[in-house]
Design a protein around this ligand. Structure first.
Ligand code: ADP
Length: 482
């Protein structure tokens, strides 16, 4: 790979205070667009995870004892290094994940923004002084770091899902042991290289690559770990929740979604099409906030579907390194199979393909950007997250009815709708049972805002001033005899 700084692509894991080289063995990481080998990372397990946890506990004490300003300074430097190296980090990301280079570099900037934001928030972790309940008493409330944090992250955002956790954890004075997704470990390792350069103390941040089961078992069972933060599927999240129960860990879970995207008849249709392209096709439909069900009101259904199908027909699919490509490959064969199944199930039950609808001529795990019309409740796309470039269109007539349909899912992460009428905007925003609502926009994620879901979509919030609270414990000090 052509990098300005080749040392950022490191075939090694960072375990506590030492790097463990892969030496040409371990887990092979390939480019999903071409199948080419990028390199190896070590296949580690419980023993190395324990070593990382113990080193984290050691490093965390000194880190928490620093002033918030000192911690902020190190994080600020880390942020700057990410920005200075964004082209290389973007190239590593495209190579292992497949998303187009511009989108990958965009993720690096977005990912870095969490480190910047939490460097700033570090200095604002204020406590309280509460009026006492007796004349001679005063009540103090302080916020302290939870301690050693375990993080398990997915392949769809190999950079930002890490910084969104590591930024607030380090800002609050915690240490972190990270297990990145095995499909995309090099992005994680590259930011660990930069963390070292930024002056993060040795042992504070480990990146342990290897068996999800073994590493996960140790991270969840080890009593030194006080919090687990996970982004991934609801299925694995529920398993980890269970594994954390005996040691009563705090949990942050960012799980699956099944986002509705509603277009009301008073919407600006061109803006809604543009929003749908972003909400549906970003990262080739492989995000947990991707629009999964597009509900369009009767009066605008035909116009919207024609405009959307035309716009989708122009999206270029290909290798993320090629000019003009906006949609990359799917991450693997299983992802491709799921997309194919969802489309064929819908067509079998009466839906019509109005754009795309089959594997792409490029082969591999490429799939055409697809729009299907006439989708109904009984189809798999309605209930399950497709995680691919398929936009299913549902027709509706009544506002209450569409709200009921939108909420008729076990998930509750992102939702979107387009409307102009102000009272409708408030009514619908309040009625949607979701952690996040985008109104007249398809892009809601930002470091300043609280990201997270309700129901089976998870626990806790990431980003924003709420995001750092998740890495703190409240301590109450009662001062008597005053
Ligand atoms: P996705 O559908 O995004 O691949 P997963 O939930 O399967 O989501 O994986 C997300 C992360 O969780 C990855 O890092 C994966 O290796 C890890 N993981 C998967 N299964 C387990 C498990 N049983 N224990 C711990 N981590 C796991």
């Amino acid at each position: 790979m052509n990098l300005k700084d080749p040392s950022l692509l490191r075939e090694a894991a960072l375990v506590g205070t030492r790097w463990i080289e892969a030496g040409g063995a371990g887990i092979a990481v390939t480019n999903p667009a071409t199948g080419e080998l990028i390199g190896h990372v070590p296949k580690l397990g419980g023993k190395e995870t324990r070593e990382a946890i113990e080193a984290a506990a050691e490093a965390q004490k000194g880190w928490a004892a620093r002033t918030a300003k000192e911690r902020a300074g190190v994080l600020r430097r880390w942020f700057e290094l990410m920005i200075e190296n964004k082209d290389d980090l973007g190239r590593i990301l495209t190579a292992e994940q497949g998303k187009p280079l511009a989108e990958a570099t965009g993720e690096i900037v977005y990912g870095a923004s969490f480190v910047e934001w939490f460097a700033e928030e570090a200095r604002r972790l204020y406590g309280d002084i509460v009026p006492g309940h007796q004349k001679d008493k005063r009540i103090l409330v302080m916020k302290q770091p939870v301690g050693v944090v375990a993080a398990i992250t997915p392949w769809n955002f190999p950079n930002a899902m890490i910084t969104r956790k590591a930024g607030p954890a380090f800002a609050a004075g915690c240490a972190m042991v990270l297990k990145p997704a095995s499909q995309t470990p090099f992005s994680a390792i590259a930011i660990a290289v930069l963390a070292e350069r930024a002056g993060l103390p040795a042992g504070l941040f480990s990146v342990v690559t290897g068996s999800a089961r073994e590493i996960g078992a140790e991270l969840t069972a080890n009593p030194i770990v006080r919090k687990l933060t996970f982004t991934g599927s609801t299925e694995v999240g529920a398993e980890l929740y269970k594994q954390c129960a005996p040691t009563i860990k705090k949990l942050g879970l960012e799980l699956g979604g099944n986002a509705p995207f509603i277009v009301f008849d008073d919407a600006d249709l061109d803006a809604a099409v543009e929003g749908a392209l972003i909400a549906k096709f970003r990262n080739n439909g492989q995000t947990c906030v991707c629009a999964n069900r597009l509900y369009v009101q009767d009066a605008v259904y035909d116009a919207f579907s024609e405009k959307l199908a035309a716009a989708v027909g122009k999206l270029k699919t290909g290798n993320g390194f090629d000019e003009g490509v906006v949609l990359g490959p799917l991450i693997d064969q299983a992802a491709l199979d799921k997309v194919e199944e969802h489309v064929s199930d819908a067509v079998k039950k009466g839906a019509r393909v109005i754009s795309g609808g089959k594997r792409h001529a490029l082969g591999g795990t490429f799939y055409e950007a697809t729009v299907i019309a006439g989708v109904t409740k009984d189809m798999a796309v309605t209930r399950e997250e497709t995680f691919g470039p398929v936009a299913p269109l549902f027709r509706f007539s009544d506002e209450n009815d569409v709200i009921a349909q939108a909420n008729d899912t076990e998930f509750g992460l992102a939702s979107y709708f387009y409307a102009k009428d102000l009272s409708r905007v408030f009514r619908v925003a309040e009625a949607l049972e979701y952690g996040m609502v985008g109104v007249n926009t398809g892009l809601i994620s930002t470091a300043e805002a609280p990201f997270g879901g309700v129901k089976l979509s998870g626990l806790g919030r990431e980003g924003s001033r709420y995001g750092i609270e998740e890495f703190t414990e409240i301590k109450y000090v009662c001062l008597g005899g005053i």
